[in-house]
Ligand binder design. Structure first.
Ligand code: AQP
Length: 344
């Protein structure tokens, strides 16, 4: 395998309220990784339109996700922050990957099944081909590491399969064009930490999600202190005390979820949380969780609000980031075209 420069890529869909799951599963890790890697963080608006979106709301959501990136601590001067639709190579490479990926691979994608629901025939072709676009997002930059939440694991595996099949199918041309054994790296998922799958506050068997109709199922990054307090206090629990050891979380998904959230926000493990709160009642624990969540998320929400009031600044960040992203993607796409045999 050829040596690839280490580069981080990840994206977030502008599809509504960003929540604690997006933060702990993805954005907080983006912030950490920028200390040691070159990073590209993308607002994936082409993915958003795989489901119906209202244009004005989509525009506002693109700015909101960008504001969240910056408010959480991503530095758009040192790293690249942009929205996907400004760099045409994502869609162009996705087409190539539509022709590399196999129908059988896409048929296995659980997210398509969940999002298409019972009315599969009426789902968009884009929703079905979503994983090929995601592979293109990553591989347009030949990125090597992709921080994501647990729910994206299967899509990342498909991106690796696409990269590998492209490298094999075009091995001779890749070598003839001086790229050695492989043109694309096999991107590695970075799914780590105490909160890779944050669950709904109303139902511990469901992922916390932007599209959940109940706002009480999630803590939004833009929620104020009172709203956070109300949501945590109303979060579903059970009548037992908190367990003293991890094994005690068996059959208690809501309790485990809240402990995981506390651990991730406080930079500790669930064991540490149980050392402090194990054997105690939920109301004491929930009060401490409210204080912690407000202390961590309050400043982020306030900064997001400040940034959102300055759309010209946000749009400037996106245009500037898109220019830098395009410079990398255009070069890679030109090499892909040569490998494929296109005349340019
Ligand atoms: N509940 C979660 N726990 C941990 N990580 C999560 N992520 C999403 N939900 C959780 C991670 O956040 C990143 C951005 O996700 P996305 O917005 O691009 O898409 P998604 O996974 O489909 O997010 P939602 O909130 O569930 O949106 P809807 O409701 O629109 O489907 C990804 O890295 C994801 O893993």
């Amino acid at each position: 395998m050829a040596k690839f420069v280490e580069r981080v890529f990840s994206g977030v869909q502008p599809t509504g309220n960003l929540h604690l799951g997006n933060y702990l599963g993805a954005i907080a890790k983006f912030v950490e990784l920028q200390k040691i890697h070159d990073c590209i963080y993308c607002v994936v608006d082409l993915h958003a339109i795989t489901l119906p979106q209202k244009p004005d709301e989509l525009r506002a959501s693109i700015r909101e996700v960008t504001a969240a990136f910056i408010a959480c601590g991503i530095d758009p001067k040192k790293h690249i922050v942009f929205n996907q639709s400004q760099v045409g190579e994502h869609a162009e490479l996705a087409w190539v990957f539509n022709c590399v990926a196999r129908l059988g691979w896409l048929n296995r994608m659980t997210q398509f099944k969940e999002k298409a629901g019972k009315d599969r025939e009426n789902a968009s072709v884009g929703l079905y081909a979503y994983p090929c676009l995601m592979a293109a997002d990553i591989l347009a930059y030949r990125a090597t590491h992709v921080p994501v939440g647990e729910d994206q694991k299967q899509h990342l595996e498909l991106a690796r399969d696409v990269a590998q099949k492209f490298n094999l199918d075009f091995a001779a041309s890749i070598a003839a064009h001086g790229h050695g054994e492989a043109f694309f790296p096999l991107p590695e998922p970075l799914i780590q930490g105490q909160a890779t799958r944050v669950m709904s506050l109303r139902d511990g068997s469901k992922k916390m999600s932007k599209s959940d109709p109940s706002d009480y199922s999630r803590i939004n990054l833009s929620d104020d202190a009172d709203t956070i307090a109300q949501k945590v206090r109303k979060a579903k629990t059970d009548p037992e005390a908190l367990p003293s050891a991890i094994e005690g979380f068996k059959q208690r998904p809501e309790a485990e979820n809240l402990a995981g959230i506390f651990a991730a926000l406080n930079g500790e493990t669930k064991e540490d949380v149980l050392k402090t709160f194990g054997g105690g009642n939920f109301s004491t624990f929930k009060s401490a969780l409210v204080d912690l969540a407000v202390a961590k998320l309050g400043p982020i929400g306030a900064e997001m609000k400040r940034l959102k009031d300055d759309p010209a600044f946000i749009d400037g960040v996106l245009v500037e980031g898109a220019g830098r992203a395009r410079a990398i993607a255009t070069k890679n796409m030109a090499m892909v075209k040569d490998i494929l045999g296109f005349v340019r």
